[in-house]
Design a protein around this ligand. Structure first.
Ligand code: B16
Ligand code: MG
Length: 223
């Protein structure tokens, strides 16, 4: 039995966020940001890190510095962004295909077998590197990431560009997202959003599942 909501079955395009949907890179962002906070000698917890999920690198630094009570100039902030990204890349380069979240490849392949076109819609400027490390570049017809958009989620730009790349009107596409900023971006792009996470954390998503594997197996949603 397949319990996918009908709006996914009717879609011609599927746009996937990366961090939190396909792979858990948040844990690597966390250790890299924590390293920066340690250098600045303030506590940065995993709860604080929740606020950085789905937001751009620059905005993440602003939030981190707010938490630490710092207000630095542009030059210093740029140096910190470079430093953090260098540390993050050290972790990312160790990743293997085993870190793909359960059911991802199977679910995307199932959609493709139905003729659904597939895009990535991520805020990350490292998305291409991560796809390469995981060995899943072949799954995507189009990749829109932090290097190809000018506005961060909740701007709908990343998803509108994804639909354009797939040559589909936005209403024909669905988005898979784990961040509330991404759900809002999908809705502003006139797309339905499948929330990867609980209804409590993503109340505005059109349905909620704990992971793509639930859509594959036909398990009930956790709405
Ligand atoms: P980078 P997503 C987002 O990825 C992460 O969730 C967010 O924590 C990160 O700040 C952002 O990418 C930018 O990442 O530093 O690699 O450019 O969820 O949009 O796939
Ligand atoms: Mg995400």
């Amino acid at each position: 039995m397949n319990l996918e909501p009908d709006f996914i079955k009717d879609a011609e395009g599927a746009i996937f966020d990366l961090d939190g949907v396909i792979v858990d890179t948040a844990k690597y962002h966390y250790v890299a940001w924590k390293r920066l906070a340690d250098e600045l000698r303030f506590e940065f917890t995993e709860a604080h890190n929740e606020r950085l999920k789905g937001v751009s690198r620059v905005r993440s630094l602003e939030i981190l510095l707010e938490i630490g009570g710092f207000d630095f100039g542009e030059t210093l902030k740029q140096q910190m962004l470079t430093l953090k990204n260098g540390w993050y890349l050290e972790y990312i380069h160790q990743m293997t295909g085993e870190e793909i979240l359960p059911g991802t490849r199977q679910y995307i392949e199932m959609l493709k077998s139905r003729g659904v076109r597939i895009a990535l819609g991520s805020a990350s400027k490292n998305a291409q590197t991560i796809l390469n490390r995981l060995g899943i570049e072949d799954l995507f017809d189009v990749v829109i990431d932090g290097t190809s958009v000018s506005e961060a989620k909740p701007s709908p730009e990343v998803f509108i560009r994804g639909a354009e790349g797939l040559k589909l009107s936005p209403e024909r596409c669905v988005v898979f997202e784990d961040a509330s900023s991404g759900v809002e971006a999908a809705h502003r792009a006139q797309m339905r959003a499948i929330g990867i996470g609980s209804k409590e954390n993503l109340p505005d998503a059109d349905c909620n599942v704990s992971g793509l594997y639930e859509l594959l197996s036909g398990s009930p949603t956790i709405n």
